[in-house]
Design a protein around this ligand. Structure first.
Ligand code: HPA
Length: 267
């Protein structure tokens, strides 16, 4: 399944791409910073899932960012779209076969940690997979990795260090914390958010955890960022809307772009 997709991409794009980037809700404009871009629409790739989520374009961008060859997903695949978990992580395996060794994942998330403000950027230090699924269930594909991959360093401490160093240089303030991944598409209830806080989560979203499991399985180092687009359910007294998530994404995307561009130059 993955091989066919990769063969198709390689028929259009040549070269190895060392860094993969996944752009989350409202953050897709980073794709515009990529030099000499070449685009491949998901819809054209054999066997490839198409992202239907709002704020997600649905294509790969191949090119150069700050001197490094990058492969960028402008739009990701979510469980709530109805895809099987194997489809959600297929892009990660495609990235692996295109040469990717380091992956930068971004997402929009609700802030559970009450010291977080809307607009904060959180470096993900670890995650809680609350989706009830695991992309590695089923026959293990030994070509990608082992049956029981370790997740102790699921988010690379070395890459996080680089992120903090770059943020300091740019005079930007970063938070850090644990991301809890749910399937959505309903937002969480206030009771769930209270439970998640007790479990040790700082931010909640509907993506990322499966991608990070697949990346660790196949030996790709991960750096993750959550843009805190809203306070999680029950914390602000307001209703949650998708519009605010996308709006904050657009407002902060310039800052995220600057940070990611700087980091890409260093890793
Ligand atoms: N919950 C889940 N996913 C999200 C949220 C949230 O509050 N904000 C942005 N994505």
């Amino acid at each position: 399944m993955v091989t066919k997709a990769v063969e198709f991409i390689k028929s259009k794009i040549t070269g190895d791409f060392e860094i993969g980037i996944i752009l989350g809700s409202g953050l897709g404009t980073l794709g515009e910073k990529i030099d000499n871009p070449q685009y491949v629409d998901y819809a054209d790739i054999p066997n490839f899932p198409v992202s239907t989520a709002p704020g997600h374009v649905g294509r790969f961008i191949f090119g150069t960012l700050n001197g490094k060859k990058v492969m960028c997903m402008q739009g990701r695949i979510h469980l709530y779209e109805g895809y099987e978990v194997q489809n959600v992580v297929m892009p990660i395996r495609v990235m692996k076969m295109m040469g990717v060794k380091k992956l930068i994942v971004t997402n929009a998330a609700g802030g559970i940690n009450e010291s977080f403000d809307v607009g904060d950027i959180m470096v993900i230090t670890d995650h809680i997979n609350f989706t009830g699924k695991n992309c590695l269930i089923g026959k293990n594909d030994d070509c990608f990795g082992v049956r029981f991959p370790d997740m102790s360093f699921g988010y690379s401490p070395e890459l996080s260090k680089v992120a903090f160093k770059c943020a300091e240089r740019l005079n930007m303030n970063l938070r850090q914390g644990v991301y809890i991944g749910c399937t959505g598409p309903s937002y969480e209830t206030p009771a769930e958010i209270r439970a998640f806080r007790i479990m040790g989560a700082d931010a909640v979203g509907m993506s990322t955890v499966q991608e990070v499991i697949a990346a660790n399985h196949c030996g790709i180092d991960v750096l993750g960022f959550s843009l805190i687009s809203n306070k999680a359910a029950g914390l602000s007294g307001e209703r949650l809307t998708e519009e605010e998530v996308l709006t904050i994404g657009r407002q902060k995307s310039e800052e995220m772009q600057t940070l990611i561009t700087e980091i890409v130059g260093e890793i």
